[in-house]
Design a protein around this ligand. Structure first.
Ligand SMILES: [Fe+2]
Ligand SMILES: [Fe+2]
Length: 194
């Protein structure tokens, strides 16, 4: 068995304990892209009444963004935007945003975090809701970008005839985007151990 810290309450933790934990953390964090790929695959076969399953919807959203010339970070945001559908039944954009937060720009993060309300323009009125809920953000700098994400990629990504690129195509991009956090309270500590 690998080395383990010995404290029973964190107030007893020593620098040696935390060296052990930090070493394991680095190895575990490096496998984050693999866990994301595994989790994305949970959406395979999950139709939820939609014309295509959620994995195909995710691939189609990412493929449309990629073929439209979006950069890698944007394409990966498109790929992951609905990854929270398995555990975030009532707030799925929050899950994707939490995963992406350390790795993407504030602009892309806002778009992912709020895509649900913006996408609602296409269906909230069919559920007795206000389709214009997104108007509350009309003065936000990302308002138009998020409308565009829904109009060109997310909203358009339900076509069973569309030929999406496979998950393996996006894997190298995913690994590059998730290679190193840009924004994390652990950033300085991680850089010190490099
Ligand atoms: Fe969504
Ligand atoms: Fe979506």
């Amino acid at each position: 068995m690998s080395a383990q810290a010995t404290f029973t309450h964190m107030d007893q933790g020593t620098a040696d304990d935390w060296a052990i934990i930090a070493k394991d953390f680095t190895a575990f964090a490096a496998q984050l892209p693999d866990r994301i790929l595994t989790h994305l695959k949970l959406l395979d076969g999950d139709f939820g009444g939609f014309p295509i399953d959620r994995l195909q919807h995710s691939l189609q959203t990412a493929t449309r963004a990629h073929q439209d010339g979006r950069d890698e970070e944007y394409v990966i945001c498109a790929l992951l935007h609905d990854i929270g559908d398995t555990l975030g039944s009532y707030n799925h954009p929050d899950i994707a945003a939490a995963i992406l937060k350390p790795f993407v720009s504030a602009e892309n993060l806002w778009m992912v975090a709020n895509h649900g309300i913006f996408q609602g323009y296409y269906f909230f009125h069919h559920l007795g809701m206000d389709r214009h809920l997104r108007e509350q953000f009309k003065d936000h700098p990302q308002y138009h970008a998020t409308i565009e994400f829904c109009a060109k990629y997310d909203g358009a990504a339900f076509d069973p005839e569309f030929e999406s690129l496979p998950l393996t195509f996006f894997e190298p991009m995913l690994r590059r985007v998730f290679a190193k956090p840009k924004n994390s309270i652990y950033k300085a500590a991680m850089e010190a151990t490099e």
